[in-house]
Design a protein around this ligand. Structure first.
Ligand code: SF4
Length: 176
């Protein structure tokens, strides 16, 4: 398992991986900015309903780089990976259960309104989404050539060792 392998990794390999991770996260920021610009004409009632993942049966699918970015956010904040919620909603919801606690770093799916209550122009920019997905795939494979593709958010959450996100990284660029 990747997390276990980290402990056995040579310092040189760890440095190389940290560089790859920095590059991938930089490219991810560009993808997110492009998504925000393309979906700027759209909005939603901000009810937090789409974050009720188990209840709605829908959830965002994240490429590895997106999950790494969320873990980096937690490290910067000095907070651990939040536990699973009893109601099955997204663990990144704040205590009120209404607001996203990682909003600036939320994944592409959350930026592009995977909820049916989206408001705005009649047609969403599907071609932009295709392009962004291809970019996400490229940068995630650059991060890890064995990347097997996007996974549901709750799946990433379930399989991430809590100890990894319990360790604040002063550089903000620790391992994922
Ligand atoms: S990451 Fe934020 S916006 Fe996305 S489902 Fe979770 S709480 Fe909602």
């Amino acid at each position: 398992m990747r997390e276990r392998d980290d402990e056995l990794e040579a310092p040189e390999d760890r440095r190389t991986r940290a560089q790859r991770e920095r590059a991938a996260l930089g490219a991810l920021s560009v993808v997110y900015r492009e998504a925000d610009a393309a979906w700027a004409p759209f909005s939603c009632p901000a009810s937090g309903e789409c974050c009720q993942l188990t209840k709605t049966g829908r959830q965002p699918w994240l490429w590895r780089a997106e999950w790494v970015r969320l873990l980096e956010r937690l490290k910067r904040d000095g907070r651990p990976l939040p536990p699973a919620r009893a109601d099955g909603a997204c663990p990144f919801l704040d205590d009120t259960g209404l607001r996203c606690s990682v909003y600036a770093d939320r994944p592409l799916g959350c930026r592009t309104f995977f909820c049916d209550r989206i408001r705005g122009p009649e047609r969403q920019p599907a071609e932009v989404m295709d392009l962004l997905q291809r970019k996400l795939e490229r940068l995630s494979v650059a991060l890890d050539e064995e990347d097997t593709g996007p996974r549901p958010l709750l799946d990433w959450h379930r399989t991430t060792l809590p100890s990894l996100s319990n360790l604040p990284s002063p550089s903000g660029r620790g391992t994922g």
